[in-house]
Design a protein around this ligand. Structure first.
Ligand SMILES: [Zn+2]
Ligand SMILES: [Zn+2]
Length: 343
């Protein structure tokens, strides 16, 4: 046990920095010093709602699953030396269950996920990580970029499910960190037109800056923008119960709808069945990610995607509770907060 500090979520609306007894690594793990941690919309659900669905916080819990870290031991099997900055894949699926066997590692019910209850996360100066979870990075990649690979992976997985087609029209409902990552990937994909929707003006502005052809605050603008037709493909990445309904309303007949966001309160608001049925929609739910790290690393390393443009706020561990407060309040100007637990 090493005496340290961590940010704990105690329950809904209750977040504190306190002393933390960090455990020692086991034989499958190495100790790692956390270089940067991104605050995710899912972390904010733990803060606002005290849990996500059945994943309820029943004791103080350390969040943080989007992080880059410096390993404190060699990992020769991954060509990593002590002192190297790595990305950390927070998910260690069981590899033996029916779903893992079928290739759905992202859906494994037995996954150990760093920063999802009951597994404490990275909002602490150092923690043990699985040796197999340390991902080698090309020279020159920064701690911020290492931490952003996980959310970029979520965006990539959503695009893998969406299979965007050349010259089709696409709506992105919700332009937070994930929606804006999706917009950047879509801009590389050859679709004809990308339109972002978000109630906050600064996110609309960012959507245009990062490759959207148009961006609107009102989902009701869809009809005018598409002559009543709707979009061929809709990706939803909001935290709103209205996300599903808005995505359906934005969709054309026969469109594909990919739901990436987690709604506040773990509930979707009511939706007219006819609106969805009559469109014959192809509806898919996106959860976490498949095998995306090599592509995510290339996208950042080759500067095809600008993850740094998404980081708007920075915090030390000591003042990191503010990161949760301002994100829960939809603070103006906020897209992504990064915390540096060793600063
Ligand atoms: Zn996340
Ligand atoms: Zn499994």
């Amino acid at each position: 046990m090493t005496s340290s500090k961590a940010l704990f979520i105690h329950g809904a609306g209750d977040v504190r920095v306190a002393s933390y007894q960090c455990r020692e690594p086991d034989k499958n793990e190495v100790m790692a010093e956390v270089a940067a941690v991104g605050i995710c919309g899912s972390d904010i659900h733990y803060y606002k709602d005290g849990g996500i669905g059945s994943a309820v916080i029943d004791k103080p819990f350390v969040p943080g699953h989007e992080f880059g870290a410096t390993v404190l031991a060699d990992i020769p099997e991954n060509d990593i030396e002590s002192g190297e900055l790595v990305a950390v894949d927070p998910a260690t699926p069981c590899h033996v269950c029916e779903w893992c066997s079928k290739g759905y590692h992202n859906l494994c019910p037995f996954v150990r996920f760093v920063g999802a209850p009951p597994y404490n996360g990275a909002l602490t100066p150092s923690l043990p990580i699985m040796r197999s979870a340390a991902i080698k990075l090309p020279l020159g990649m920064t701690a911020d970029q290492a931490a952003m690979l996980e959310p970029l992976g979520v965006c990539l997985h959503a695009l893998d499910l969406a299979k965007p087609r050349l010259m089709e029209s696409v709506a992105v409902v919700g332009c937070g960190g994930i929606g804006l990552g999706i917009i950047q990937l879509l801009a590389l994909s050859g679709v004809q037109r990308i339109v972002g929707f978000d109630p906050q003006q600064h996110r609309i502005d960012k959507a245009i800056e990062l490759g959207a052809h148009d961006a609107r605050r009102q989902i009701s603008d869809v009809s005018g923008l598409t002559n009543g037709r709707g979009f061929d493909l809709v990706l939803e990445a909001t935290n709103s119960p209205d996300g599903l309904r808005d995505a359906v309303h934005a969709a054309a007949i026969g469109a594909r709808v990919i739901l990436v966001g987690i709604p506040d309160g773990d509930t979707y608001s009511p939706l007219s069945a006819a609106e969805a049925r009559r469109r014959g929609l192809d509806l898919r739910f996106s959860r976490r990610m498949g095998d995306v790290y090599p592509r995510a690393i290339s996208l950042v390393h080759e500067q095809r995607i600008d993850v740094d443009a998404l980081i708007t706020h920075r915090f030390t561990l000591e003042n990191s509770p503010e990161a949760f407060e301002i994100q829960a309040q939809n603070h103006k100007g906020l897209i992504k907060s990064m915390v540096y637990p060793n600063d």
